[in-house]
Design a protein around this ligand. Structure first.
Ligand code: AMP
Length: 131
């Protein structure tokens, strides 16, 4: 089982944003920006582009809802979307609040946020998602 499947099952803690029957969103533990979020399918598939069309399309629509909630919560110009997937073998979309192109650079230093701040960010995005 992947680490992300364990997160979905609640066996590993996360800063949860939202879930539905097919998808789950939570804060990236090493964020490039406050509000950096991962969206994953509940089915286990390593490579995003091996997902069936319906799941991939649904994942983009779910990501849109999460991105709009991030945009309402975190000050930014846009929410950027990217896919890398070299580290964790469970398909995931990165949603990152950005003000400039270089904010999407994964070579940038990651933020060090304490647990309380991560929980507070997640709570606010969760709230924006639900309304
Ligand atoms: P990549 O597979 O290259 O897209 O990178 C995987 C991403 O997952 C990285 O940005 C990690 O910080 C993030 N990540 C890995 N483990 C966890 C975890 N347990 N909770 C939240 N994010 C994680």
């Amino acid at each position: 089982m992947t680490i992300f499947s364990k997160i979905i099952k609640g066996e590993i803690p996360c800063y949860k944003i939202a879930e539905d029957d097919n998808f789950f969103a939570f804060l990236d533990i090493n964020p490039l920006a406050k509000g950096h979020t991962l969206v994953i399918p509940k089915i286990e598939e390593d490579y995003l582009f091996n997902l069936d069309d319906e799941t991939l399309a649904g994942m983009i629509v779910f990501s849109k809802k999460v991105a709009l909630a991030i945009g309402k919560t975190i000050t930014c110009n846009r929410v950027g979307l990217t896919v890398i997937g070299l580290e964790v073998p469970h398909a995931h979309i990165h949603l990152i609040p950005i003000t400039r192109e270089s904010d999407m650079n994964f070579g940038n230093a990651k933020l060090k946020l304490d647990k309380e701040e991560m929980a507070e960010i997640a709570r606010k995005i969760q709230l924006a998602f639900s309304i």
